[in-house]
Write a protein that binds this ligand. Sequence first.
Ligand code: ATP
Ligand code: MG
Length: 264
Amino acid sequence: MNQEADTPIAYPRVTSGVEGLDVMVNGGLPKGRIVLIRGAPGMGKTILCGQFLYKGAKNGEKGLFVSLEETREQLIRELYLVGMDFRRLERDGLVTFLDASPVRHIPAEVKLGNISVGKRDFSLLALAKKIKNIAEANRIERIVVDPLTALTIQYPEDGERRLMVLDLLEVLAQIGATCLMTEDFGTPQSSRIEDYSVHGVITMRPVEAGTNIVKTMAVVKMRETKNDDQTRLYRITDEGIVVYPDENVLALSYPHTSAKSNDT
Ligand SMILES: Nc1ncnc2c1ncn2[C@@H]1O[C@H](COP(=O)(O)OP(=O)(O)OP(=O)(O)O)[C@@H](O)[C@H]1O
Ligand SMILES: [Mg+2]
């Protein structure tokens, strides 16, 4: 029997939680794959991740928020301010927070009795195991890792950093959930193995337009799909991120909209 004939060629998609971004990637993010969001500070990476989990949860898809920087309380407060009640989702068992921020404070070597264990073996593998256990026990379909930078910054040596990232990506891929990971622009391009290993890369950048600073989003890569080849404008509103998929960024001003926003 020809097994290949039974394999669906087009992969299924899931909503990113942001309508305009779904348009940019031709219908949604690839289900079960890992997408990297690279953005400047304060561009709304965490809010985008929140929307991804929130929209999924509203469709009955369970999510896991692995936070490497902010506490659960901080995240719940910030996301509530842009229209998302995660406390309720957590209570309903639709979202789980894993506060992994202490991982950042583990020293380069950890002593276990007389044995010295490298940071990579200790912190990352423990974290990966925890993510896997929670995901399997709760049938998690969406995972956020925010920000990956908090982990990678601990590995100044390129080779070690690459191994660490590959280990983490491997675990996430095994779980089979759709994943969003965030990162800033700080890492030199030469050592960014993640760009090659993930399914998609989306960037979020500020652009100066006269006295205004506008926010722009671009799909740098999304395997197996036709992407928007234009950089698009977006804004953060009281209801979260809104992308304008029909506005060319060269307009450098937002279309007239009734959406309330405090970033103008
Ligand atoms: N209601 C709102 N309207 C407009 N902008 C908002 C609103 N709430 C938050 N913001 C903006 O959202 C940004 C913070 O979003 P978020 O925390 O998701 O960014 P980030 O990219 O994750 O930042 P960091 O690099 O610090 O992790 C801030 O720049 C803030 O001004
Ligand atoms: Mg953030």
